[in-house]
Design a protein around this ligand. Structure first.
Ligand SMILES: NC(=O)c1ccc[n+]([C@@H]2O[C@H](COP(=O)([O-])OP(=O)(O)OC[C@H]3O[C@@H](n4cnc5c(N)ncnc54)[C@H](O)[C@@H]3O)[C@@H](O)[C@H]2O)c1
Length: 248
């Protein structure tokens, strides 16, 4: 497996899933740029990587703001980093049903989960094209594939998956690939106990996903062995999507 060290920008780097993702990326020899709305969390994420012998730096970003994403680009470049890989993991799960949403709450989810990744790709994609190599990895969800009881989340993740599929055309012939990782239930604070019980009862493997499994898939996508995986929705869900039972 080609393991050329790369510089990976991880948004949502202070989150529960990113813990496993950051660790796997760093152990594979990649430099991890930890970006999050939670500046202290991003700093702690980078410190953890460095304490474990890896290379990292931290940045604050609000992906819901175009200006903040531009500032992130400026700060990353000013620090001398060239981003080879964008891993869009910043996201929010708004547990509101249709009748409880208003325009503002629905739009907030779309801004963070869908428009945010679009902004980050727009900020860092062109330099990847110039260098002739890049990887864009969007953390979508099986909620974007099957639907989900929380409509702003399902709609934003479906949009994110389709954004990635569509960008394959934009990046055609450039050495840049775009893929979505679509996890089922990952062992993070986002997951409530009721969902854990559903996983045990309904997911074919019966298992909740370890964040490091997401990291392992991301590490593989960064290798040259994965250069023909492009425009894919990579389900990592224990088989849940094949049965459409998880959210019954
Ligand atoms: N946990 C799961 O079971 C699961 C399943 C499928 C998909 N996902 C997706 O994986 C990603 C990570 O989820 P997680 O479980 O680690 O959640 P999390 O809440 O632990 O982490 C999300 C991170 O995103 C950051 N964030 C939120 N809004 C932001 C903004 N405007 N700008 C920058 N950063 C912002 C938060 O500060 C947080 O650190 C999300 O996109 C989520 O939708 C999670």
């Amino acid at each position: 497996m080609n393991t050329t060290p790369r510089t990976v920008l991880v948004t949502g780097a202070a989150g529960g899933m990113a813990r496993g993702v950051n660790a796997r990326l760093a152990r594979a020899g990649h430099t991890v740029l930890c970006a999050d709305f939670d500046a202290d969390g991003a700093r702690r994420a980078a410190e953890t990587i460095i304490a474990d012998g890896g290379a990292a730096a931290d940045f604050r970003v609000d992906v819901a703001s175009a200006e903040s994403v531009h500032r992130l680009g400026d700060a990353v470049r000013a620090a001398g980093h060239e981003v080879d890989v964008v891993l869009n993991a910043a996201g929010v799960l708004d547990r509101r049903y249709l009748v409880d949403h208003d325009d503002e709450s629905f739009d907030r989810a779309i801004q963070i989960n869908l428009v945010g990744p679009f902004r980050v790709i727009q900020e860092f994609g062109p330099a990847m094209v110039e260098r002739g190599w890049g990887r864009i990895i969007n953390v979508s969800s099986i909620a974007g594939v099957t639907g989900y009881p929380y409509p702003s989340y399902a709609a934003s993740k479906a949009g994110l998956s389709n954004l990635g599929r569509s960008l394959v055309k934009d990046f055609r012939g450039t050495g840049v690939t775009v893929n979505a990782i679509c996890p089922g239930v990952v062992d993070t604070p986002m997951v409530i106990d009721e969902v854990r019980r559903q996983v045990a009862a309904k997911v074919p493997t019966g298992q909740i996903i370890d964040p490091e499994e997401i990291g392992a898939l991301a590490v593989f996508l960064i290798t040259d062995d994965a250069r023909n995986i492009n425009g894919a929705d990579l389900l990592i869900d224990g088989g849940a999507t094949r049965f459409y039972e998880l959210f019954d």
